[in-house]
Write a protein that binds this ligand. Structure first.
Ligand SMILES: Nc1ncnc2c1ncn2[C@@H]1O[C@H](COP(=O)(O)OP(=O)(O)OP(=O)(O)O)[C@@H](O)[C@H]1O
Ligand SMILES: [Mg+2]
Length: 319
């Protein structure tokens, strides 16, 4: 069955997917995205870079202006009725009934699913509440929920049924550090059960901790996609020198083209130039200038380094 419908097809594949909103805003520009089955895929980008717009197109909530989107091997939005029951989604603030309790909201969501057996409804809802850590707050009215509690409830709704694909738009938005850790554990658990997870986020270290793959968007365009390890290694790590002679070290390093130098105590760090000088040569130059080098090396590049190198800007700059 599975093999028939999707032999080797990625969980998500878009081709030249484009959305221009009425009013002219080009929100997504010829996007080619490939989300492998079984991956935990991080969808990164600054505010306004087109993440939510892409997710809305994938879920058939808005029509693309042009291009195609395939989800679980089928064309969206055309095959939505077949595809969407296999997908759990959390998109920008779930629609909740404020006058109902968290549990009653979930019972309603479950009742709206024609494939859900009413006899096992309570058990499903309780299991979902448990998974997102809402058991204690299940009897509270949703309008009295905090942002993080609402987010958890939306996630619980997406988890009522086992899904092949989960699409989560900023799932950790509004969560406290403990909540974020719980979501991370939850996502890892789902992935180990074989669910593909596609999630957007602003938090690069979160993505780095939980995702196997990532894509980076800026101003509606895809800048890069690949495994997290590939992306991180595409950026060079920062040079770090430990020395009591920081001022002199800064001078010498600057002379050799090292940029963005910062001094923190006895530690000087900087960005290596595009034409990397021989590191041993750089070290020798420091020593020749009388700098007492206590340690010298490059720190492993993080996804954040890669992101900054790609977008050339801080993370929260509007696109
Ligand atoms: N309904 C709409 N009508 C017109 N323009 C829109 C609409 N929704 C989004 N946009 C514009 O499309 C662009 C992409 O927005 P989108 O919400 O997809 O970004 P995002 O990457 O999800 O941002 P964020 O990180 O802030 O959630 C922005 O310039 C935004 O102003
Ligand atoms: Mg968004």
């Amino acid at each position: 069955m599975e093999a028939l419908s999707a032999a080797g097809e990625p969980a998500i594949a878009t081709h030249a997917l484009t959305k221009r909103y009425r009013g002219g805003q080009l929100a997504v520009d010829r996007l080619d995205l490939v989300v492998p089955r079984g991956s935990v895929f991080g969808f990164l980008g600054p505010n306004g870079s087109g993440k939510t717009t892409t997710i809305r197109m994938l879920m058939g909530l808005i029509e693309p202006t042009s291009g195609t989107a395939r989800v679980l091997g089928e064309e969206m939005p055309r095959a939505g009725r077949r595809v969407l029951p296999r997908v759990g989604a959390l998109i920008e603030g779930p629609a909740l009934y404020g006058f109902l309790t968290g549990r009653d909201n979930l019972l309603r969501f479950d009742a709206a699913d024609p494939t859900a057996d009413p006899r096992t409804r309570r058990a499903r809802v309780d299991a979902a509440l448990d998974r997102v850590g809402l058991v204690a707050a299940a009897g509270k009215k949703a309008r009295a929920y905090s942002l993080g509690m609402k987010q958890r409830l939306g996630l619980a709704a997406a988890l009522l049924q086992p899904r092949e694909l989960l699409v989560l738009d900023e799932p950790t938005n509004g969560l406290d550090p403990q909540g974020m850790r719980e979501i991370r554990t939850l996502v890892r658990g789902l992935a180990s059960e074989g669910t593909t997870v596609f999630l957007s986020s602003h938090l690069l270290d979160e993505i780095e901790q939980v995702c196997t793959h990532a894509a980076v968007m800026a101003q509606g365009r895809l800048l890069t996609q690949g495994t997290v390890a590939e992306l991180a290694s595409s950026a060079r790590g920062r040079l770090a020198v430990t020395t009591p002679d920081t001022a002199e070290a800064v001078r010498v390093l600057k002379e050799h083209g090292v940029n963005d130098l910062t001094v923190d105590d006895d530690r000087v760090t900087g960005e290596l130039p595009a034409a990397v000088p021989e590191l041993a040569e750089l070290n020798a130059a420091l020593v020749r200038a009388g700098v007492r080098v206590r340690s010298f090396g490059t720190a492993r590049a993080s996804l954040e380094d890669a992101f900054v190198a790609l977008t050339g800007e801080g993370f929260d700059v509007a696109g």
